[in-house]
Design a protein. Structure first.
Length: 289
């Protein structure tokens, strides 16, 4: 089959038009649809020393809310509705509540105040909270009656059994102090750590006994190119980008989070609400050894 010179010359222009149209469609999808395509991720995490009373204990993790200008209050309301529909035992907030200005926390607080969990709600701060004004963010969360664990821990108790939850301040922008966070730990055989930046598990696991760290920070990359993965990742978020990993005797789960920074765009990386179910048992193969 031959092709005329005129048809040949028309082909590049047609291909360029097709490419332009495809590019616009992808941008429209990444900016208009996927940022609002909230996904419920459910993961069972096996812990060998988990007390019987905590077998099946369910935790909802919400992180990187980044209210305004790219993330709407309505999206966060939907995340809260999903969380409440799950009737979790515990809700953990992994930091970065704001994006452009700290005062957004005063709008965010009443939304988060409706979060319901049998054993309460706890939060830590992220790097953006410090960048924009930690004092203001803390005030907004306090008005919503949400305890912020600033390098401190609490025992979660069911009957006579307990696990220890430590909250550590932002590694990249705050004043993290893991030893202070674990200072109140007594005889708990299982310890959980809430830390905004996931890669800190490499250091944390050498300082204190931590069975499971829950984190955000990376947004999963926010834009993930098929075959290549995340294009841009933050400091302290390059090794454990999204999902569950094993790090020595510890495990870390990194949520893609809910909001966006930089650009109002997500691609191949939808926002998530995470439900973590604790279970007795030995961890199998995970995403990273």
């Amino acid at each position: 089959m031959s092709i005329t010179r005129r048809a040949f010359l028309r082909f590049p222009a047609g291909a360029a038009t097709l490419a332009t149209g495809l590019g616009k469609a992808l941008v429209g999808y990444g900016a208009g649809f996927e940022p609002n395509d909230l996904v419920l991720e459910r993961k069972t995490v096996k812990l060998p020393k988990l007390p019987n009373a905590f077998d099946g204990f369910r935790i909802v993790l919400l992180t990187d809310l980044h209210l305004h200008p790219f993330t709407s209050a309505n999206l966060i309301r939907r995340a809260v509705e999903i969380s409440n529909s799950l009737k979790p035992d515990l809700v953990l907030l992994g930091g970065d509540y704001v994006c452009a200005f700290a005062e957004a926390t005063f709008e965010l607080g009443p939304i988060l105040e409706s979060l319901d969990a049998k054993h309460g709600r706890f939060a830590v701060l992220g790097n953006y909270d410090h960048f924009r004004g930690a004092r203001i963010v803390l005030e907004g969360l306090s008005r919503a009656s949400i305890p912020v664990l600033m390098n401190e821990g609490v025992a979660l108790t069911i009957g006579e059994a307990s696990v220890f939850l430590a909250g550590i301040d932002s590694v990249s922008a705050g004043k993290c102090n893991p030893r202070a966070a674990f200072a109140a730990r007594k005889n708990e055989t299982v310890t959980l750590a809430l830390v905004h930046e996931p890669d800190y598990i490499n250091r944390l696991s050498k300082l204190v006994p931590v069975d499971l760290q829950l984190s955000g920070h990376t947004h999963g990359g926010q834009v993930r190119v098929p075959g290549l993965g995340a294009i841009i990742l933050p400091t302290w978020g390059k090794a454990y980008v999204e999902g569950l990993y094993r790090v020595g005797a510890s495990q870390v789960y990194t949520s893609r989070g809910i909001g966006m920074v930089g650009l109002p765009f997500r691609f191949n990386c939808p926002p998530e609400v995470t439900e973590i179910t604790l279970a007795q048992g030995v961890p199998g193969w995970l995403e990273s050894e």
